[in-house]
Write a protein that binds this ligand. Structure first.
Ligand code: ATP
Length: 221
């Protein structure tokens, strides 16, 4: 489902050059739930951003859902991301001025989905994460765990093949973190969604199919 070959990422600023990823080779199978761990600064977010086509590698090639993505232009990239990938971030990234239901509908605005169908799909996604009773709330009226569930609903509303989650439980206490993890495990089991998750939490990582550890931009396990 995701194939990374010899991925290298160099960041350059005026004063320093950082080799953030140093020759990563990784295959993620369809339906797999993979976690990525490693110390701060080892390249986890960089790797996830490259898998999500949010950032380009300095070297190496990426194929996602049978497509080699290197030659996509910006418009093709945006369309591919919108249709194939769902993103979940540690800090939720919800839009504060929009109600829960409108936040969840957002990814569908970039597709040919009419308003009625958007509402139906968003309501269904919110049901899946147990938030049917919060459709008209604004993000600031929700707990952290509820906000993350809205973010998950937004990630799954377009039925993506792959979910990329960057420390989805990082801001939550352990009870809420477990709830979020259970939702991700269910999505993986019931819908067959492929999931790649960066985490600092060994307990969460142990619940996934496979754990990849990074150190200084290289894979150690
Ligand atoms: N835009 C950037 N410009 C310059 N250097 C960067 C940039 N983004 C990341 N880096 C550097 O690349 C390295 C890897 O960063 P990355 O954010 O991928 O680490 P991480 O493993 O996700 O860390 P954390 O667990 O703290 O979030 C770090 O040394 C970081 O300083």
């Amino acid at each position: 489902m995701i194939k990374l070959q010899n991925i290298q990422k160099v960041y350059r600023t005026d004063t320093i050059e950082t080799l953030a990823l140093n020759g990563i080779n990784l295959d993620v199978a369809k339906g797999e739930f993979l976690s990525i761990m490693g110390p701060s600064g080892c390249g986890k977010s960089t790797l996830l951003n490259i898998m999500g086509l949010l950032d380009e590698p300095s070297k190496g090639s990426i194929s996602i859902a049978e497509q080699t993505t290197g030659r996509f232009n910006d418009k093709q990239l945006a369309k591919f991301r919108n249709q194939k990938l769902g993103f979940i971030f540690q800090s939720y990234h919800l839009i504060g001025d929009l109600q829960v239901i409108d936040n969840v509908e957002l990814p569908l605005l970039y597709r040919d989905t009419n308003a009625k169908e958007r509402r139906r799909l968003a309501t269904e996604a919110l049901e899946k994460v147990g938030l049917s009773n919060r459709l008209k709330h604004f993000p600031k009226q929700l707990s952290g765990g509820q906000r993350q569930r809205v973010a998950i609903a937004r990630a799954i509303v377009g039925n993506p093949e792959i979910i990329l989650a960057d420390e989805p439980t990082g801001n939550l206490d352990s009870a809420m973190g477990n709830e979020i993890m259970d939702i991700l495990l269910q999505l993986n089991r019931n819908d067959g969604t492929t999931i790649v998750m960066v985490t600092h939490d060994e307990n969460m990582a142990q619940k996934t199919h496979r754990l990849v550890r990074l150190f200084d931009g290289s894979q150690v396990q």
